[in-house]
Design a protein around this ligand. Sequence first.
Ligand code: FES
Length: 162
Amino acid sequence: MNGRAEWNAQRAQAIIDGNRHLRGALLPILHALQEEFGCIDEAAVPMLARSMNLSRADVHGVISFYHDFRRERPGRHTIKVCRAEACQASGCDSLIGHIERSLGVEMHGTTDDGAFTLEPVFCLGNCALGPAAMIDGDLHGRVTPARFDALVAETLASENPQ
Ligand code: FES
């Protein structure tokens, strides 16, 4: 699920303090911050460095090494498209081309209207039913361009139920 809370330094410090006793605490803390706020706010970096006795460069290095961590708030909906081998064999590249053209956004990007963030993943565990995609945590198989367009329309329609 996308974190929706606005950035809040006190809340962020509580998350850091609540997890920093863990072994290898930086990664779980980063995941928890992203879960709460939807991204790793720049303001979290000095807080993490101070709390964990690291340099800011160390913290930045870890954030940029792992592609899971976002620096900006995501769109209202997250679309993950599988790029792993089985889905490649069933045509995910042309599906991705369609998605990027139809949404007007590239992988890792967010549409201008803030509706969708597009992310690649490597296997959704649905290999027999590729190409596979996940929208807001719901898994879809055999996603054709037409089916993708229908899923996007359904997702938008669900924002304003009649
Ligand atoms: S390879 Fe795409 S779901 Fe496994």
